[in-house]
Design a protein around this ligand. Structure first.
Ligand code: SF4
Length: 168
C-alpha cells in the first residue's frame, strides 16, 4: 500500500539489507524514475527525524518503489515482486502494518491508528463489512507480533465487544 505523496515507509536495518540484496530482482517492477532514484541514492535514506526510510523519487513526491497502474492507483513494487514469487520479502513491516503506526515505548510497542482522509473509502467499506482494522491487518500483525499475540487480541476484542459501552 502506498502511504501518499511524499510518504514512504520506515525501514528496519535488516530490511534495508534485504532490499539491497533483492534490488536486482525488484528493479524490473519499478518505473524508470524510481529506478533512477534507487540507483543514485540506494534503497533507503535518513529523513529529517533521523529515521531510516525508503528513498523518494526525484521531486520528493512518492516512494521510489511505487508503481502506478493504468487507473493511477499506487501499488508497491516490492510487493508486486513478492506476489510474483520473484522475492521472499513482502515489503517493510511499517508499510505492511499501515494504517497502524508503531510507537516504541519504554517496554512495549504502542499501536496507533493513523487517520488519513484518503483512506476514508476503505474505512467505509470495512465498516459495512464489519471488519475492524486489526483484522484487516491480520497478516501484518502476525508477521510483527506472532500468532499467539494475535489470537489473544481476538479474545480481548470479543470481551470488549461484550462489555457495556459508556454513553458518549
Ligand atoms: S515500500 Fe512499498 S508500501 Fe512501502 S512506501 Fe514504498 S511503495 Fe509504499
Amino acid at each position: 500500500m502506498l502511504r501518499g505523496r511524499g510518504e514512504r515507509g520506515a525501514v528496519e536495518q535488516d530490511e534495508e539489507e534485504q532490499l539491497k540484496k533483492l534490488w536486482p530482482k525488484i528493479k524490473p517492477y519499478i518505473p524508470e524514475k524510481g529506478q533512477r532514484a534507487i540507483d543514485a541514492h540506494g534503497v533507503s535514506e535518513v529523513d529529517s527525524d533521523g529515521d531510516l526510510v525508503t528513498t523518494l523519487v526525484e521531486g520528493r513526491k512518492e516512494c521510489a518503489f511505487t508503481v502506478f497502474d493504468e487507473k493511477g492507483i499506487a501499488l508497491c513494487g516490492v510487493e508486486m515482486a513478492w506476489k510474483d514469487g520473484a522475492i521472499p520479502f513482502r515489503k517493510p513491516i511499517s508499510c505492511h502494518l499501515y494504517p497502524i503506526r508503531v510507537v516504541k515505548l519504554k517496554e512495549h510497542d504502542g499501536l496507533n491508528y493513523h487517520k488519513w482522509p484518503i483512506c476514508k473509502p476503505a474505512c467505509t467499506c470495512g465498516a459495512k463489512l464489519d471488519v475492524p482494522v486489526y483484522r484487516f491487518l491480520k497478516d501484518a500483525l502476525v508477521r510483527a507480533y506472532g500468532q499467539e499475540w494475535y489470537d489473544e487480541l481476538e479474545v480481548i476484542h470479543t470481551e470488549w465487544e461484550k462489555a457495556p459501552k459508556r454513553k458518549k
